[in-house]
Design a protein around this ligand. Structure first.
Ligand code: GTP
Ligand code: MG
Length: 385
């Protein structure tokens, strides 16, 4: 499990595959413009021609394309790898843009449809899927006179290893590095502020109704998102919100792990969580990638009942986004293979949700101090078990 997770996060500079051209796949369901810009900068640095594709047009109306084109400074061919719209134009423009024998890297974030495009062009039956990271290694496929290179959906910077979330190149002192990390975390939160307020506002209303009806909130996440979930539950309890948290952290302290171990792919964890969830509750799933197994599975199980589901994620076109009635999208990318800006943004979203809720429910200073103070019950004094 862990080795797979690490593998998913390793990206190879695409320069090492000697590309002479690039196709940039933009997922119009979630264009992630700031990340696409990093791909474009990397391509420009190598100085190779690039062809832009606006994919998944079957799922969105076309109005957003011009805005994305403007932001990227790149024309995008409207296309759908499902309905095959735009395939003819892609074939034609590909032949016009690239020279025969060129090696063309197909770039884009995960789930943008890179492998689907290569499958459509070559007629090969390739593995695709909406779990982030279906393609885990660079693979070359012949297509007529060209070679298409399928890539992993991570930022690939041609000049830097970028093995941490924040690019620290160019920093000359420890102080500069520290300042850059702090600034980038703050920028991730500010960029989230620009897009997420309406969704957070809606969810505050949903949570308030849920609590006023006598129901509760259940929050879940894995790894770093588990810490965000814990913090949300902590803030909730300090402000009188009925809230529970389930994570795979400290998994060996949860009964399910005694028998089966814990991992992101552990459906036993989502089943166990379901026992604590009643109709009318709200389940909040947190996952930066949107692809954490037990987290999206818990929401899928909840949604099959009368339970309201909320996702906090950077990536909405994912199993977690699909399983949620309400999605709060952070906007903290671009990041390197590791993530920290997204987690900082998710923490801020959690605070925004719970503190707004507390204020609007009129939690007084006295009441919150009461909730924070330890409550002691008398316990036995004799030393006999
Ligand atoms: N509706 C719709 N679904 C699409 C389209 N293109 C791809 N998909 C689906 O989106 C998911 C992701 O497609 P992939 O081709 O695996 O995407 P990828 O960019 O290779 O993803 P990774 O390998 O994870 O980086 C799959 O479930 C595809 O079937 C499209 O145009 N419309
Ligand atoms: Mg792929």
């Amino acid at each position: 499990m862990h080795s797979k997770r690490v593998l998913k996060k390793i990206s190879t500079p695409f320069e090492s595959f000697g590309p002479q051209g690039a196709i940039l796949m933009v997922n119009m369901v979630d264009p992630q413009v700031s990340t696409m810009r990093v791909f474009l900068e990397a391509v420009e640095e190598v100085g190779i021609p690039v062809l832009g594709v606006a994919n998944k047009t079957d799922l969105v109306d076309g109005a957003g394309r011009a805005a994305v084109e403007g932001e990227l400074g790149l024309e995008l061919i409207p296309a759908s790898m499902s309905t095959l719209e735009g395939m003819e134009e892609i074939r034609t423009r590909l032949a016009e843009t690239f020279a025969p024998k060129d090696r063309i890297a197909v770039l884009g974030v995960f789930n943008s449809g890179k492998t689907s495009l290569i499958g459509n062009l070559t007629g090969l039956d390739l593995a695709t899927g909406n779990l982030p990271g279906t393609t885990l290694e660079f693979t070359a496929y012949p297509y007529g006179d060209y070679v298409l290179i399928d890539t992993v959906g991570q930022i690939i910077d041609v000049s830097k290893p970028m093995m941490v979330s924040v690019d620290l190149s160019g920093c000359e002192s420890t102080g500069e590095r520290i300042a850059r990390v702090l600034r980038q975390d703050a920028e991730g939160i500010l960029a989230t502020l620009e897009v997420a307020v309406p969704a957070i506002e809606t969810v505050v209303g949903v949570l308030r109704e849920c609590i006023e009806a006598g129901n509760k909130i259940v929050v879940t996440g894995a790894g770093a998102s588990a810490l965000v979930a814990m913090e949300m539950a902590g803030q909730g309890l300090e402000t009188g919100v009925p809230i529970m948290v389930f994570t795979n952290n400290l998994g060996d302290m949860q009964p399910i792990s005694f028998a089966k171990g814990t991992g992101e792919e552990e459906a036993g964890l989502s089943r166990y969580m379901s026992l604590a969830i009643n109709d009318g509750d709200v389940v909040i799933g947190i996952s930066a990638s949107g692809g954490t197994g037990f987290v999206y599975h818990a929401l899928e199980r909840a949604r099959a009942r009368s339970v309201i589901t909320v996702a906090i994620t950077e990536n909405v076109d994912t199993p977690l986004g699909d399983a949620a009635d309400y999605v709060i999208k952070s906007n903290a990318k671009p990041e390197g293979p590791s993530s920290s800006k997204v987690q900082a943004a998710h923490l801020a979203i959690g605070h925004a949700l719970l503190l707004t809720l507390a204020d609007e429910r009129g939690v007084s200073a006295d009441r919150s101090i009461e909730l924070m103070l330890p409550e002691v019950v008398p316990t036995k004094k004799m030393g006999i078990k």
